[in-house]
Design a protein around this ligand. Structure first.
Ligand code: HEM
Length: 437
């Protein structure tokens, strides 16, 4: 593996789209990890291109309906949480929870409903019914996710205890016959269902495994990103107060309970939340540990700048490692410190960063780089802004006193956003009048 560590040389790698291929690695890793046949073969002509095209449905004008549904679902999930506390007569009490588990439970359900739609009610008690399928799916998802670094590293699934049967249970959940009964899936998932239907060579469980892969892609990093976003805000009183004021300022003097509606926070409003976006970028800078992997397609001499080149062989891996950029003190002074407004300059998002006196193009890369950048990045930032805004609007929140700082779990190095290495607890209570509606 050849690691390119100097961010000033990144563009030389990124622009070599043909000789340095991303999909050779990612397709192979995805098919063995999630359990579907390799797609770039003669068995599935054109499938890879169609899948790539489907990613456009996560962006541009399609983002609007995803954003609207996500807000509706976030409010639904948080209100259900409130109603269950109310049923126990504890709605005005402080409740203490593990912060990561809170982010995970809320984002898992809201993201699932937004992308895949709603499974039908089979039980007369809607609350119990919802809880049982969701909890079972989340439980399996967590067990599978814990093994994911080993699977990506190429360890055969048969050596990983119950992981194979857990993966089979998750895949069966996405069986096309079941999905056909789910109401209001996103245009993105609907398009993928239609694409897979065009291929007789794809079995029902292969199709289901593709849907499972998207479930992981949409949550595997987002939950940790929500955790760090909220944790840092709760740890820094100045960040908390500036970001909270920015969000409340968006609604003038309206009472918090009058703010919540299906179309709370339009795209235009989300775009104006500059301090919130900066705080999110800063959390991503500190917690991202992804690697951008490219496979060399033929022996050649990779010219990194006019004076420096490196010979690489067919099959070698060339890797960018953005964490070294994110923590470079020349680019980000005091790089280990959380500075929520690091990405704001003159009332706008700051986009100019320098190393020495050279301007850097690739200074912030939690979503990868070049043509293969994460196709869900706009949706992810929108979800993060929605999640943080809605929790700040609805709740009084505090980190539980006397805890150690959060540490990072480095076992997922290379895969995206690190999850916390220790439990962090917080307490929260609803700060407004809520009804079931
Ligand atoms: C790929 C990061 C959220 C869908 C990737 C890659 C990274 C990444 C680093 C690899 C790109 C490369 O190496 O060039 C993140 C982070 C997220 C996030 C940090 C949240 C904070 C999402 C969401 C979706 C999504 C919400 C929505 C469905 C995907 C897909 C790919 C991908 C489908 C594979 C693309 C391909 O095969 O061409 N993501 N992602 N991601 N991401 Fe995300």
């Amino acid at each position: 593996m050849t690691f390119v560590m100097n961010p000033l040389l990144y563009s030389a790698v990124i622009k070599q789209g043909k000789q340095l291929d991303f999909h050779e690695f990612s397709d192979a890793a995805a098919s063995t990890t999630f359990g579907f046949p390799a797609i770039r073969t003669a068995r599935f002509p054109g499938l890879s291109d169609k899948i790539q095209k489907s990613f456009l449905l996560l962006q541009g004008s399609y983002l609007n309906s995803l954003r609207r549904k996500m807000m509706e679902n976030l409010q639904f999930v948080l209100k259900q949480d409130f109603l269950s506390a109310q049923a126990e007569g504890r709605e005005n009490d402080w409740r203490q929870k593990d912060l990561y588990e809170f982010c995970e439970r809320v984002m898992f359900e809201a993201t699932f409903l937004t992308l895949y739609g709603r499974p039908p009610k089979t039980n007369t008690d809607a609350h119990l019914q919802r809880k049982s399928w969701l909890d079972a799916l989340l439980d399996n998802f967590k067990k599978f996710d814990a093994m994911l670094p080993l699977l990506i590293a190429g360890i055969p699934i048969s050596l990983l205890g119950r992981t194979k049967s857990i993966r089979e249970q998750i895949i069966r959940f996405f069986h096309p016959h079941r999905m056909a009964e789910w109401t209001s899936p996103s245009e993105f998932i609907q398009a993928r269902v239609e694409i897979f239907e065009q291929y007789d060579t794809l079995g029902d469980l292969d199709k289901a495994a593709h849907h499972f892969a998207i479930l992981w892609a949409s949550l595997g990093n987002t939950v940790s990103a929500c955790f760090w976003g909220l944790y840092h805000l709760l740890s820094s009183p100045q960040a908390f107060s500036v970001v909270r004021e920015e969000i409340f300022g968006m609604f003038g003097n309206k009472e918090p309970d009058l703010i919540l509606s299906q179309d709370t926070l339009t795209q235009e409003q989300l775009d104006k939340l500059i301090y919130l976006e900066s705080a999110i970028n800063e959390s991503l800078r500190l917690s991202s540990i992804s690697m951008n992997i490219r496979v060399v397609q033929k022996d050649f001499c990779l010219q990194l700048n006019p004076h420096f080149s490196v010979s690489v062989r067919k099959g070698d891996i060339v890797t960018l490692y953005p964490q070294s950029t994110h923590l470079d003190p020349d680019i980000y002074p005091n790089p280990q410190e959380y500075q929520f407004d690091r990405f704001v300059e003159n009332g706008k998002l700051k986009t100019e960063f320098f190393k020495g006196n050279q301007k850097i193009r690739y200074y912030h890369m939690p979503f990868g780089s070049g043509a293969t950048m994460c196709p869900g990045r706009f949706f992810a930032i929108s979800e993060l802004k929605q999640f943080l805004s809605i929790t700040l609007l609805m709740y009084d929140m505090q980190l539980t006193a006397g805890q150690q700082h959060a540490t990072m779990d480095k076992s997922r190095a290379g895969l995206g956003i690190m999850s916390p290495g220790n439990h962090i607890f917080f307490r929260y209570r609803v700060d407004m009048q809520l009804t079931a509606g």
